[in-house]
Design a protein around this ligand. Structure first.
Ligand code: FAD
Length: 422
């Protein structure tokens, strides 16, 4: 049951920077504990990015085994203290039920991202102890007598004994993404892994896919770096005029970006077997064993030969492929058409920038933080949570899960410290 022990208007005991996923979760925990807290959010509305997540449905967590990159061990440790079940219970406490779909992906029961943001904000609206200040862009954070001094661009100065920094990362700036505070937090005594875009579309050579822009097709994608298969994912590929997008392509961007940065040749191989009914239409990262079992040139050739024998060359592709794809292979000899459809090779020339990325890889090194509380090991009273840390997750709800978990754990610890007699 929420407790509200302190009158409204008390000086904050905790300042939270960022009214995104992680900051709002922390604020709700502090509201339940009745601890005076102030959320500083630079946008005009808190929770803005949440509305765009999961294509407007918000895939808010994943019940499956964790898939993280960067400081992945830290993420796993943190989730052992506050995992998917506990986060689901947190939302149940706010009145939000969840529905589990394929691959452990969880969505809000009303199937709308707005329901997630509304549940968090409604809890805070009724709290007499937690205030949200929007349009408050934090520009500096300093240690000060008895805690922290926070300055905002409009000349505001705020102080509190504890600070939860949840400013996210530079991905998706149109939705509030910004890396401007990473340097400030690093200067307080933490390592910083330079952020780079992750989960973003791939830019490829375009001659082979000209005319396919806008086509969505279930496919298996494999990324070859320096000639070796590096990773693969299955799902709906979306062809564009610059390359390939869609969740499965975005899952490969992290490795593609690194390969290109290292000056290596990066090739994307597209296998349309799922489109042609030769492989199951999965939606997930593929394991190395599935990789080997995947590309099916022989099966594709067998399928095409059978259709040519039964339907003749005029109709062989009709009913099998979308028209734009059929136009690509119609004039090719069958072995070449089979090759094209089971292993179309596209040279990757780049990955889209932060503008089109869903998350940023990199951030503050987790070595400086305790995974049970997210408190800094070197700056007592400072907590950093969410995407600002050097953790990025796979698609499927892992990024939000890590953001909620950090907010909840930091909020709980900060509340406990605030209640301790000084
Ligand atoms: C289009 C899109 C779809 C996505 N879909 C999913 C999904 O379905 N599932 C999933 O798990 N993940 C998804 N993600 C990723 C996920 O949204 C983020 O990883 C997550 O929101 C990170 O939470 P956070 O609280 O750390 O940061 P954010 O949610 O980004 O919140 C940070 C907040 O801090 C504020 N802020 C930043 N700098 C300052 C400052 N100087 N002063 C004051 N305030 C500041 C920002 O305005 C923002 O409100 C998606 C991302 C995008 C862009």
């Amino acid at each position: 049951m929420p407790t509200t022990r302190r009158p409204s208007g008390s000086k904050p005991e905790v300042i939270i920077i960022g009214g995104g996923a992680s900051g709002l979760a922390a604020a709700c925990v502090l509201a339940d504990a009745g601890v005076p807290a102030l959320v500083l959010e630079k946008e005009e509305k808190a929770g803005r990015k949440l509305l765009a997540t999961g294509n407007g449905r918000c895939n808010l967590l994943n019940f499956g085994p964790p898939v993280y990159f960067g400081d992945a061990a830290f993420a796993r440790q943190a989730l052992s203290h506050c995992g998917a079940a506990e986060v689901a219970a947190f939302f149940a406490g706010l009145g939000l039920g969840l529905r589990e779909e394929e691959g452990g992906r969880a969505y809000p029961l009303p199937n709308q991202a707005a329901a997630v943001a509304d549940s968090l904000l409604a809890r805070l609206q009724e709290s007499p102890s937690v205030k949200i200040r929007t349009g408050a862009r934090v520009t500096d954070v300093r240690r000060a007598e008895g805690g922290f001094l926070v300055e905002t661009a409009d000349g505001g100065r705020y102080s509190a004994p504890r600070l939860i920094a949840a400013p996210g990362g530079p991905a998706a700036p149109r939705l509030g993404g910004s890396g401007e505070l990473l340097g400030v937090l690093a200067r307080l005594g933490h390592g910083l892994v330079p952020p780079r875009p992750a989960l973003c579309p791939l830019e490829t050579e375009t001659a082979a896919i000209r005319g396919l822009s806008g086509l969505r097709a279930p496919a298996w994608l494999t990324l070859f770096i320096g000639g070796e298969p590096a990773c693969a994912a299955a799902g709906e590929a979306l062809f564009t005029d610059y390359g390939v997008s869609g969740v499965c392509a975005m899952q490969l961007a992290r490795d593609a970006g690194r390969g290109l940065q290292d000056g290596r040749e990066v090739i994307l191989s597209v296998d349309f077997s799922p489109l042609c009914g030769l492989a199951p239409p999965l939606m997930r990262r593929l394991s190395p064993s599935e990789l080997r079992a995947g590309p099916a040139r022989r099966e594709m050739l067998g399928l095409l030969e059978a259709r040519f024998a039964r339907l003749g060359p005029g109709r062989a592709y009709t009913g099998l492929l979308p028209r734009a794809l059929a136009n690509k292979v119609r004039s090719l000899p069958l072995p070449e058409a089979a090759e094209w459809l089971s292993g179309l090779r596209l040279r990757v020339t780049g990955v889209k920038g932060f503008d089109q990325a869903q998350v940023a890889a990199g951030g503050l090194s987790c070595a400086g933080f305790d995974p049970e509380t997210f408190q800094s090991r070197s700056v007592p009273g400072l907590y950093v949570t969410g995407e600002a840390l050097n953790v990025d997750g796979d698609t499927g709800g892992f990024n939000l899960l890590f953001a909620w978990a950090g907010g909840i754990l930091a909020g709980r610890h900060a509340a406990g410290e605030a209640e301790r007699p000084s």
